[in-house]
Ligand binder design. Structure first.
Ligand SMILES: Nc1ncnc2c1ncn2[C@@H]1O[C@H](COP(=O)(O)OP(=O)(O)OP(=O)(O)O)[C@@H](O)[C@H]1O
Ligand SMILES: [Mg+2]
Length: 247
């Protein structure tokens, strides 16, 4: 009797999984987070997060410091494992993947932009972006064209041979955006990308994120403390004490 029940339960879960996968393909869901929970020691940081972002949709994530925003991003990109719940990127469930498969999914489907740029200091701007393209196996010719095109799109064709420390903050962030997009990801995760920029540079970076995500149909999850940043997004969600208030 127990076995029959276990079997029925497994079939039930498989049906739900397949159903979600079909819906995700039909609706073109870029990201789906279901009942996600994460604790550090006895601190419950994510307390059951449900979130769906469609292809090309831009979503702002706001909330007080310490509410769990960066932790959610780290779990979505697979840096931190969830304690419970599911994360699917383009219909692919992260929890079912082995380490190498997870790496591949991250490399091929996601891009990141951080507050502090994270450019490699010994590579020039072009090489920083090209390196990311190399990691996903683009040929030398493909890389050269793709990186040159992107530098044009971010307005930095004249700065491609500069090392990061010879670029302004806004320029560095534009290089980081080119790097995040070089492999045609479905989803870009941006954690306070304008946090260390002045108003003018921050505004340029936001406009760039908006136009590129619209043009390339890339979904964007943008963590920000600044209401001004939300204007480039289709909707805003707020996190408080590890829960989402609106979605
Ligand atoms: N690796 C870790 N080990 C232990 N606690 C952690 C770890 N990472 C985050 N935390 C805790 O989890 C909580 C949420 O942190 P998180 O960085 O996600 O907040 P945040 O919303 O991004 O805040 P901020 O707006 O200041 O960047 C904090 O209380 C933090 O101290
Ligand atoms: Mg944070």
């Amino acid at each position: 009797m127990g076995r029959v029940r276990l079997g029925l339960l497994s079939i039930f879960h498989i049906i739900i999984y397949l159903n979600e996968k079909i819906i995700d393909q039909e609706e073109q869901v870029a990201l789906r987070v279901g009942a996600a929970r994460k604790s550090f020691g006895d601190v419950d940081v994510l307390r059951g997060i449900d979130l769906k972002i469609l292809a090309g949709e831009r979503v702002a994530l706001m909330g007080p410091s310490g509410s769990g925003k960066s932790t959610l991003l780290n779990c979505i990109c697979g840096i931190e494992p969830l304690d419970a719940g599911t994360i699917q990127v383009g219909g692919e469930d992260l929890s079912g993947l082995k380490r190498g498969e997870l790496e591949k999914l991250r490399r091929e489907n996601m891009g990141y932009v951080f507050q502090s740029f994270h450019l490699l200091p010994t590579l020039n701007a072009f090489e920083n972006v090209e390196f990311a393209a190399q990691l996903v196996g683009m040929s030398k010719e493909q890389r050269s064209k793709r990186v040159t095109d992107l530098f044009e799109q971010v307005g930095l064709s004249h700065r491609m041979d500069h090392l990061p420390n010879a670029l302004s903050g806004g320029e560095r962030q534009r290089v980081a955006i080119a790097r995040a997009l070089v492999h045609h990801p479905r989803l870009v995760l941006a954690d306070e990308p304008t946090g260390s920029l002045d108003t003018e540079s921050g505004s340029q970076v936001l406009e760039l994120l908006k136009s590129l995500s619209a043009e390339l149909k890339v979904a964007l999850l943008l963590v920000t403390h600044d209401h001004e940043s939300t204007r480039i997004c289709d909707r805003m969600i707020t996190m408080k004490d590890g829960s989402l208030l609106a979605g």
